[in-house]
Ligand binder design. Sequence first.
Ligand SMILES: [Zn+2]
Ligand SMILES: [Zn+2]
Length: 92
Amino acid sequence: MGWFVDFKCPYCRYEEIGLGVGRGQHPFPFLALFSCANCKSIGSTWVDENKVPRCGACYHEGVTLLADDVRRVDCPKCGEPAIITRGEGVWE
Ligand SMILES: [Zn+2]
Ligand SMILES: [Zn+2]
């Protein structure tokens, strides 16, 4: 089961709303939050066993995966601390 999160940077106003994270009935693949240093974005991407996760925006390999329960993360655009909040609803 998964849920949705909102990323909001109060400094530069960069935001990503309704990113899906979590997993279904199987351990892989699962949806994880990532921070991409290449295109400076936050998103969620499918992580599969024995595969390198890619940025959902620019397909760059080697993104930084964030923990499911992360609440604070440095904004990839401005470097200031930004906030991740849990949104409404769940998915299966
Ligand atoms: Zn920012
Ligand atoms: Zn990217």
